[in-house]
Write a new protein. Sequence first.
Length: 388
Amino acid sequence: MAELELPPLLGLPTLLRKTPSELSALMSNTHAATDLSFVCMQMFYVLIVLTQNEFALEMQTKALSLQRVYRLAGPLNPKVRLLVIFGPGNMQDNTPIEFVLDNSDVQMDMLFILAGQELPELIPEHDIAFVAIGESDKNSPILTQLALLAIDWPRPILNHPDNIKNGARDACYRLLKDVDGLVVPRTVRWHRHDRLDMDFPMTIRPVDTQGGNGLRQVGGLSELDAYLDDFPSPEYYVAQFVDYRSTDGKFRKLRIVLIDAKPYVCHLAISESWMVHYLSAGMEASAEKRSEEALFMETFDDNFAVRYRHQLETIAKRLKLDYVTLDCAELDDGRLLLFEADSRGLIHAFDPIDVYPYKPPIMQKAFDAFRALLSDRGPREHFHQLQV
């Protein structure tokens, strides 16, 4: 490891605050830089913001062919040096931890691991490392490779690569299916030509998909056949569908982050559809929904977190992840329904303050908890105030 001088990249939180004209000017200035690896990686982030994902990944591939260590722009006098270990890809492949570190006193350096390739000769000196690589077939060889490297890693590691696999949908079901007061829908990994042992209705999605891509509810064989035609894939995750609608007919889905085994609320999405996503739930257009979310978030620590303490503590203990997001819901019988446990879930404070004035202080609790985790787990002798 060495103290490296790396040009600072503007990450997603910074870029999302910029106007289109500012992004255009940034692109022009970036192209004038002489470091091609820096140019390509900065363009990766800009193109992600512009929703040009395919082009962005091409830029990242070029950048990683030249250099695998980068630094995000951050504090002038950082108090903690964090090395975040990524695999190639975007937010569907890696934890978007930069949103948690936005405006913090943490220097975030990035090391990209490529399958079958050795580490770079020089790695940035750091106090603690965080594995951002998500669970997937694509990332499995990288995580296996990193697990071997982690044996002799010179600094503490958060989200150890051996434990990332616990977030696989079928693995999560096996680990948590017997927890008292917790409902985890039976989930199996299914090859399309094998016999399917699952009752209808069920949900189905291709393996290695996120964000609801390819996710559907099917109620019978004819619907399943139609789905397989529309979404061809060798393998799928299929899960028993649990009707979790409330008495008013709406579906409510919570996002919680467990940081060092403690729960922090991130949002409550209320939707008329069973497939709930915050952006499509109509929260911004409904003062009634936002009022309910505000009350839920403000009372979370003394209400929800107390009622489900056993379930949340058990989830954290069995998954063995220092940082993991949970998508879940409360059932009418008082049990907790868990949809997913994933280290890649996005948590942020970018909702407009004039619409969601209650969110910033609550989200800051989670951000502060992660910052405290870095200090608690890092070796004291390596923490110091850097002069940049």
